[in-house]
Design a protein around this ligand. Sequence first.
Ligand code: ADP
Length: 267
Amino acid sequence: LSVYGAPVIGMHGNWLGIIIVFHNITELVRLEEIRKDFVANVSHELRTPVTSIKGFTETILDGAIDNQEVTIQFLEIIQKESDRLQLLIDDLLELSRIERAEFQLQMKYVKVSEVVQDAIAITENQRLEKQIDLRIEGNEAVVVEADDRRLIQIFVNLLTNAISYSKPNTCIHVTYGTTEEEVFVAIRDEGIGIAPEEKNRLFERFYRVDKARARDSGGTGLGLAIVKHLVEAHKGRIEVESEVDEGTTFTIYLPPRQSNRSGTKTV
Ligand code: ADP
């Protein structure tokens, strides 16, 4: 907290009083801390694959090239790390795009069942590889005013996580419908779960419960930050319920129409 005080003197030099300004800088300090953390995190996340790519390239050039088997093995690592770098850069650019004030959604009425099906199709291979079952239950008639591409992106992110943090031969449940005022879509997995004290931090950029495990799963640590931004851009909210070793449910709630109470369109 910073406090400024100044006397207020009238036109004839008479003392009128004192103005005191209380300025709460805790929020500014907090934002600055977040920004610094973010830059440090980005640098670290970028440096790790680059170091690996450089190291393996040098080893190949220093002689490993004579052994074809070893060379192929190293090139595969280089390819994997380049893919990772690409994914990270794509997610960073995406996050910065949707955080901008001028970011706009392309709104139209969409059937929730169709959007959910598209997201399921995109993540199908990954799911089948892990032999994870899928159960879908919902009201086919549910319609929501949304940007369908962005909605698919939200569900692809949540489904990818559900698959990544599940054990093989478990099941993912997708449920959608309406409450009194909102449309909801819930994605429930039977995976590793999330401890209560971690729940609030999940949506922070680069926050991961288990860093090594999350990195092995191929994620960038930006997925849920992107999801939260997109849900909020739709004037919706996201909730998470979880039990360690039992599973996790992410539920998004969206207003069926993007209009405010007086009926004026706000998009
Ligand atoms: P990542 O790319 O690491 O998956 P996200 O932003 O998508 O990054 O998620 C952040 C972290 O939240 C993950 O690293 C993981 O620890 C946790 N998490 C997300 N979804 C789930 C889930 N369905 N079950 C368990 N943990 C999850």
